[in-house]
Write a protein that binds this ligand. Structure first.
Ligand SMILES: C[S@@+](CC[C@H](N)C(=O)[O-])C[C@H]1O[C@@H](n2cnc3c(N)ncnc32)[C@H](O)[C@@H]1O
Length: 291
């Protein structure tokens, strides 16, 4: 019964025996049971995931995605990882894990989704662009020409602005959770938008079809926290005539950056042999990259 409730691994039970100091005391079943329960209650992986996801909007994330962040946390926190593996995590340790993992999940997902409604104000990035959308699209297409197929990576609620782009365009957009993708699919249906919504984790997804233009609006810095290997991988793997990459020009406190251009990105693009033009509007800098 205990195993069903806690879904414990065999190693958890060995730990329980160790905690109860019963390695040689097989004749004390009650103590084993009590100790097993105490030992498993806090550090079961599924329970950690459940606690992390108990805060909205993190509840929309797949368990596997959250588990990946927990494992990343353990990679840099050897002490807590050791305690976890040995079944010695205390409630206090669990709180530290939950806080740190939630912080990371907020950076790449939760901070952007500010509401459940299907309007541009329910996502931080589209809300910021409300007044400039038409101007931004006009400028981009004056350089790239009118597209027939657009790929929008980490699209957020950007699809709500596809009517500005045109009726005869086919849109492929990618987002992280089933919940957000289903909302967008409904929006496509209700508004007669041609295209498809793909649920995928862009850190591993690699199946890009050929398009005219790919939007990577404000995603590169939120997808990775160290280095730029993923950004380079995405730029190389996308099959598009143009890639439009944007970055914020304000810091997290909303102050204008002194140097909004991204040197690392410009160096990378030149090294890969592509040309780019820059367009800056309101709180965002756009790199229009010709592939
Ligand atoms: C900064 S927002 C940009 C949204 C949109 N591109 C825009 O500028 O309006 C980043 C988006 O990427 C999505 N996202 C975060 N991690 C992702 C991942 N691993 N795979 C796919 N999408 C992801 C988030 O849900 C969020 O909507």
């Amino acid at each position: 019964m205990c195993q069903v409730r806690n879904e414990a691994a065999l190693s958890d039970y060995f730990n329980a025996f160790r905690v109860a100091d019963l390695r040689k005391g097989w004749g004390q079943p009650k103590l084993i049971l009590v100790s097993t329960f105490r030992c498993l209650h806090i550090f079961n992986m599924e329970e950690i995931i459940k606690k992390i996801k108990s805060k909205k909007p993190l509840d929309k994330l797949d368990d596997e995605f959250v588990k990946g962040f927990i494992n990343n946390f353990f990679k840099t926190n050897f002490k807590l990882n050791k305690k976890y593996l040995e079944g010695k995590l205390k409630k206090k340790d669990l709180e530290i894990i939950i806080k740190n993992v939630r912080n990371e999940l907020n950076k790449s997902y939760a901070q952007f989704w500010t509401g459940n409604k299907l309007d541009l104000k329910s996502h931080k990035s589209t809300k910021e662009r409300l007044e400039i959308y038409q101007r931004v699209y006009d400028h981009i297409f004056s350089i790239t020409g009118e597209p027939k197929i657009v790929l929008d990576l980490g699209c957020g609620l950007n699809p709500l602005t596809y009517s500005y782009i045109g009726k005869n365009v086919y849109f492929v957009c990618v987002e992280l959770t089933d919940y957000d993708c289903d909302k967008l699919r409904n929006y496509f249906k209700q508004n007669g938008i041609k295209g498809e919504v793909v649920k995928a984790d862009l850190r591993t997804f690699n199946n890009f079809s050929r398009v005219d233009i790919c939007f990577m609006f404000k995603i590169l810095e939120s997808l990775e926290n160290k280095g730029h290997l993923l950004a380079e991988h995405l730029i190389k793997s996308v099959k598009a005539d143009y890639i439009i990459v944007s970055f914020s020009t304000v810091d997290i406190k909303g102050r204008k950056m002194n140097y909004p251009r991204r040197g690392w990105f410009e160096i990378m693009i030149k090294r890969l042999g592509f040309d780019f033009e820059i367009y800056e509007d309101y709180n965002e800098i756009f790199y229009i990259v010709k592939k």
